[in-house]
Design a binder for this molecule. Structure first.
Ligand SMILES: [Zn+2]
Length: 622
């Protein structure tokens, strides 16, 4: 940020400190124990005497579910004027605490620890490790029950581990040594502004001087992992320009890409209004395989600044973090973002055309084999986000369905884009919808809610069509096949052959699994454990189920090479493929009648039709 802007921030924060000092909650987080995955917080909460109820954030934006890490909340101590007060957890609502404040006391001191091995960003592992940390403030705050998060002011500060550097979208009031004081912000802004810090840190500017600042703060487990190639830096700079062209407006003062490259912490991507908090594999910048697999992560989270944070389904707009969220329109919130994330990755040069198509083919094939779609409409996967994300076992996930509103949303929005382009003979596209619905006017962060009808009306302004009919059919009806209309209208078709799919094959290699879903009908991990079996597939018909363990194929000890050799030899043969399988302590042989060889998905060009998909992938900026 230019020096002049820094000065303005400092002056504003001083004024705010004066006016908010009385009613603000002061929060200091000691992060010096981050390598041990425990953060120590001290809150000073203005209160009135009498019975007080404090709440810990439960429904976390971007997670769309009650994922507030209550299991990690520990070491709670409440004090008034130096005396410890007894507190009680509500017996029905685990996120609520009751305390009686003595007469005359105006400030309640609350000390608490957040154990971060559960990952406060809702990911799959710890939030910190020896060299880096991710602070999601919702893990270290309490606030008065019933308050609106916009109306609660926090004055936050942190103590970092010695020598660590940090990145965040929070406005810094002052920094001295390892102590950082931030300007007063609303609870909404605080929870929306994570902080990352670490030993190995690099900062990159993605905008030109004079433009809205875009900063990439990268952390890794070694300096070598921070070496970004010149073409990647220019691709991320292009990503910023592409969003400018696509949306035509920005809803932030400055934007921080908080990117952590580590295998030691939980992998996740979490969107915020003025930043995104993304974790990818340690060698993502160095290894071409990992580079491809994670290419759409940052563009996806960045696109959320418009689709998700600025424009948001009405059911996800809540006054505070205790009010439940309704996820019925997540096929817009996440589905459109999935579509835009991949398209923007390609337009920016993070993915090649071919890589984009291989990714799309893998997505389309996966959904076209989702047998659960015969009983469960797509909208139900969105409404059920709470159970699908937290409580569902991995077994039978194809029959149950998963968070399909992401990938199937991508197919639906591709279909919408191709219809607009066909209806208007190429004059208009989904780019116009993005500009008119998601862009509108630039300014400070704010949220503008929408309903299903608002989406339909905005599409009709771009190109008149029976959008309500189409979208209701796609979202509310069951169907045995995936919506492949966008691929077909785009001038391509989904085909299967023995050539490996670039995306799937790279994922198999790096994440150590074998995907045989479209041939025998199952996938399995490196130890031979079957993660899922597709109902109706040859393996299913043979009696095999998920959770069982493959030991041998046609009498030979299992390995990916042995399975692929068996698929090949079964082609043109009448003999079944014999699988020796362990089910708990019991072992038996299953005969799988399958003779069609390898089946890997790809997109094949239909030359009689115009290449609309190719048009979609053309960059908008120069
Ligand atoms: Zn998302």
């Amino acid at each position: 940020m230019p020096a002049q802007s820094l000065f303005l921030v400092c002056v504003c924060s001083l004024l705010s400190l004066v006016s908010f000092a009385e009613e603000s909650i002061r929060l200091h987080v000691d992060l010096s124990d981050a390598p041990r995955n425990i953060y120590h917080a001290h809150l000073q909460i203005p209160v009135k005497s009498g019975d007080v109820s404090l709440v810990f954030p439960k429904w976390i934006p971007g997670n769309h579910r009650p994922s507030g890490p209550i299991g990690g909340l520990t070491g709670i101590r409440m004090e008034a004027a130096g005396h410890t007060l007894a507190w009680q957890r509500d017996p029905l609502e685990m996120y609520e605490f009751h305390v009686t404040v003595p007469t005359g006391v105006q400030v309640l001191d609350v000390f608490l620890d957040a154990i971060t091995t559960l990952d406060s960003a809702g990911g799959s592992g710890p939030a910190a490790s020896s060299n880096l940390l991710d602070l999601n403030w919702n893990a270290v705050v309490l606030y008065l029950k019933g308050a609106r998060s916009d109306d609660v002011t926090f004055v936050p500060s942190v103590a970092l581990p010695a020598g660590w550097k940090f990145g965040t979208a929070l406005p810094v009031a002052s920094a001295s040594g390892d102590q950082v004081q931030f300007s007063p912000v609303s609870l909404t802004t605080l929870v929306d502004s994570p902080l990352i810090a670490g030993v190995h840190y690099r900062k990159m500017e993605l905008s030109k001087p004079g433009e809205t600042p875009h900063v990439m703060d990268v952390l890794a487990d070694s300096d070598a992992d921070l070496e970004m190639k010149a073409e990647d830096l220019s691709a991320y700079q292009k990503l910023v320009r592409e969003t400018g062209e696509l949306f035509g407006a920005r809803h932030y003062r400055q934007y921080h890409f908080l990117l952590t490259l580590s295998n030691q912490v939980g992998e996740h991507g979490l969107e915020h209004r003025e930043s995104n908090d993304s974790v990818a594999a340690e060698r993502t910048l160095l290894d071409p395989d990992l580079h491809m697999l994670y290419a759409a992560l940052v563009p996806h989270e960045f696109a959320h600044s418009w689709n998700g944070k600025y424009r948001r389904p009405a059911g996800l707009v809540t006054p505070n973090y205790q009010t439940p969220m309704i996820g019925d329109l997540l096929w817009v919130y996440e589905g459109l973002t999935d579509y835009l994330g991949n398209v923007l990755a390609e337009r920016s040069g993070l993915l090649s055309d071919e890589q984009y198509r291989e990714s799309l083919a893998a997505t389309a094939a996966m959904l076209d084999h989702r047998t659960g779609r015969t009983w469960r409409p797509l909208e139900d996967t969105a409404i059920s986000v709470q159970t699908l994300r937290m409580l569902s076992p991995p077994e039978w996930s194809n029959w149950r369905r998963s968070l399909d509103y992401y990938p199937e949303g991508e197919l639906i929005w591709l279909e919408v884009d191709t219809i607009i382009r066909q209806q208007t003979h190429g004059a208009r596209s989904l780019n116009d919808f993005c500009r008119e619905f998601e862009g509108r006017e630039s300014g400070a962060p704010r949220v503008v809610p929408y309903t299903f009808e608002d989406v339909v009306n905005a599409l009709n302004v771009v190109a008149p069509y029976d959008w309500a009919g189409l979208l209701k059919k796609r979202v509310n009806a069951t169907s045995s096949h995936a919506p492949l209309g966008g691929i077909e209208r785009g001038g391509w078709k989904l085909v299967y052959n023995d050539k490996p799919n670039a995306f799937t094959h790279t994922a198999e290699k790096n994440f150590k699994f074998s995907d045989l879903k479209y041939s025998m009908g199952f996938s399995l991990d490196e130890h031979g454990k079957l993660s899922d079996v597709i109902t109706g597939s040859p393996a299913y018909e043979a009696g095999i189920g998920p959770g069982m363990k493959l030991l041998a194929v046609n009498g030979r000890k299992w390995s990916p090479e042995v399975v692929h050799a068996a698929l090949k030899s079964a082609q043109g043969s009448e003999s079944a493929i014999e699988l020796l399988v362990e089910n708990a302590q019991f072992i038996r042989t299953y005969s799988v009648n399958y003779h069609d060889g390898e089946k890997n998905p790809h997109l094949e060009r239909v030359t009689e039709q115009p290449d609309i998909l190719g048009e979609i992938l053309k960059p908008m900026s120069h």
